[in-house]
Structure formats: C-alpha cells, structure tokens
Design a protein around this ligand. Structure first.
Ligand code: SAM
Length: 316
C-alpha cells in the first residue's frame, strides 16, 4: 500500500472555538510568515503528485479564513495528477465562497456540523452561526460541490440526543451524514465525551430498522456506509476508536507550517520547508514522502496522544 491522499492544512486559524477541537484557552495563532506560502504549497503538491498523491483535501483550522484561498484552489486544481480536490469546512463562510470555489476547481465539500439546535451549536462552537452554516450547505448544493458530506462528532451528554435529527436533516437532500467518533487526542483523561458509533447505530436502528451495509461505497474510505432500507438515505460511520482503520488508511498530512506527518497518531513531523529551498529539492521532498510512508507502514496499534496539541493545529 502507498499513500495517495494528502490532507493539506492551510491555516491554524478558525472562526469557531469548538470545545473539543479549538477551545479558546488553547488558541495561540501562527504568524503569517510561519505558514507555507501558496507557491510553497504548490511546489510540494506538484512533487507529491509525481510521487503518487492523487487526492488533496484542503483543511485547517478553517480553510475559508485563509486569505485568497480561491487562488490556492486554482493553483492546486491545475497540478497534473491531482484528480480529486475536496475541502473540509465548518461552512460558516460557504454561502459566499461556494460558487467561486467550484469555479476555481474544487471538487466537493465536507461540512462539519455538530448541532442543528441554535443554542447548542453556539455552546459547542462559541458562535451563534448555525443559520450561516445551513445557508452555506444550501449554497454548496446549488454550486454542485457534491456529494456533500456532513460530518457530525457525537459528544456524550452534549449532542447525543440529536442523532435522529441529523438523519431527518439528510432526508431528501442527497446529503450524506457521517457520524465520527470523538478522539481524545490530548490524552485518555479527556475520554468523558466519547460516544461509540455502535451506540449511534443502535439508536438509528431502533427507529428505522436494520441498516443495510453498502460495502462498495467503503472501499477506499475509513467510513463504513449504510442505507436506511427502502430509502435513499446514506449514512456513514467513522470509528477511529472502536474500529481503527489503519489498514485502509492511505493518507498523509501536511501541516500549515510545512511538516509532513504520517498519521494523526504519530509524533513524527518531517519538515519540508527547508528542503524546499535546497539544491536537491525534488529528491529531498520525495525522499521525505518515502520516509513518512515507511513510518506509516509501522502502524502502531496503541493510541499515541498528542499532548497540548489539538486537531486545528495538526490539520483536521
Ligand atoms: N474547520 C474545518 C471544519 O470544521 O471542518 C476543518 C478543520 S476541523 C479540525 C476538521 C474536523 O475535525 C471537524 O469535523 C472536527 O469536528 C473534527 N475534529 C476535531 N477534533 C476532533 C476530535 N478530537 N475527535 C474527532 N474529530 C475531531
């Protein structure tokens, strides 16, 4: 197996402060000159494509708060070999950006949304922005940034009562709702929010009957997909804690500062910024991808906690 998918973080900034991802106490922001420039990103992605990367997901932080993000999408979409260019966003600015993103060459979007209740949304994210996100999803549908996946992290005691509401939300809108297990990446003591996907599935099946597996849908994805019988509703389950998917994972990560990471659960970060300036640039960058890949293949079975690091800093 060789990685063919790069998750590209373009900023650590975000317009939300989700309590499990970017709690306000954790926020220190990178300076502009610490971020990879668009030219640096394009050079790295170009070499990554020569190495074998075919899919690049733009993420962050919140990618839509990076200045001139449309220009970056244009640059990456023109790189030979990149066949799929999706983005993961919180959707707050999607209403404004959906059309220009599509025009610039973005393939599709995943929107992270953990509550359909205005007050609870504000409690989780720190902002009263639910309406903007819903308008953003509508705009993404109108701009054909599809299929649109709605990523929901179920947190015990916070939004577990909204599981069936999310199923209803997807109904008839050709949205694919995916339930993602919360990962206590900071350490095991943060485990109290964990709510297993087995429990999510049970709640749905109690209401809608046994879900029908869609194995062909899941081939290259960590998500397992199911259909509600006799309907077109497709649901996904991503279960990094209860059903780790290292064997099927084909992704590498590039942080906003230019560190290549083999995996979310690895502490190894390979700096690409320095070799990018060097004489043996192409060789060294590709060798770094080889190194990350070798590390990835070691596949540690135990979780490795990222002390004092949150997802917005690594790139979600
Ligand atoms: N701002 C963008 C967004 O909200 O989609 C992209 C970055 S965000 C870090 C990407 C995803 O990571 C979000 O869906 C968020 O819910 C998820 N995430 C963050 N921390 C997580 C954790 N500890 N466990 C599971 N998912 C997490």
């Amino acid at each position: 197996m060789k990685a063919n998918y790069l998750r590209l973080s373009v900023t650590d900034r975000c317009n939300l402060t989700c309590l499990y991802c970017r709690p306000s106490k954790s926020v220190t922001q990178l300076k502009q000159d610490e971020l990879l420039s668009f030219e640096e990103i394009s050079n790295i992605v170009g070499l990554a494509a020569e190495w074998g990367i075919r899919k690049v997901r733009i993420t962050g932080g919140e990618p839509l708060v990076r200045n001139n993000i449309i220009d970056l999408v244009k640059m990456v979409s023109r790189i030979k070999g990149i066949r799929d260019l999706p983005m993961t966003t919180n959707g707050v600015r999607l209403e404004e950006f959906a059309r220009p993103l599509k025009k610039a060459g973005l393939s599709r979007v995943n929107v992270s949304l953990d509550s359909l209740d205005r007050k609870k949304f504000a409690r989780i994210t720190g902002q009263d922005n639910l309406d903007q996100v819903l308008r953003g999803i509508r705009a993404a549908r109108e701009a054909s940034l599809e299929p649109i996946k709605i990523n929901v992290v179920i947190l015990k005691g916070i939004n577990e009562d909204e599981i069936l509401d999310f199923v209803n939300f997807a109904w008839g809108k050709s949205l694919i709702v995916r339930f993602i297990e919360y990962m206590p990446i900071n350490g095991p003591e943060q485990n109290s929010w964990y709510f297993s996907n087995a429990s999510v599935k049970e709640i749905i099946e109690r209401r809608w009957g046994t879900l029908k597996p869609l194995p062909f849908f899941s081939h290259y994805s960590p998500a397992r997909y199911f259909k509600i019988d006799h309907t077109k509703v497709v649901l996904g389950f991503i279960s990094p804690i209860s059903q780790p998917f290292c064997h099927a994972c084909t992704r590498l990560r590039l942080t906003a500062t230019g560190k290549l990471r083999p995996c979310l659960g690895s502490n190894l970060e390979i700096d690409l910024r320095k070799p990018l300036q060097g004489k043996n640039r192409d060789y060294e960058i590709k060798a770094s991808f080889d190194l990350a890949m070798n590390e990835k293949l070691k596949r540690r079975p135990e979780p490795l906690y990222q002390r004092n690091k949150y997802m917005f800093q690594i790139g979600g």
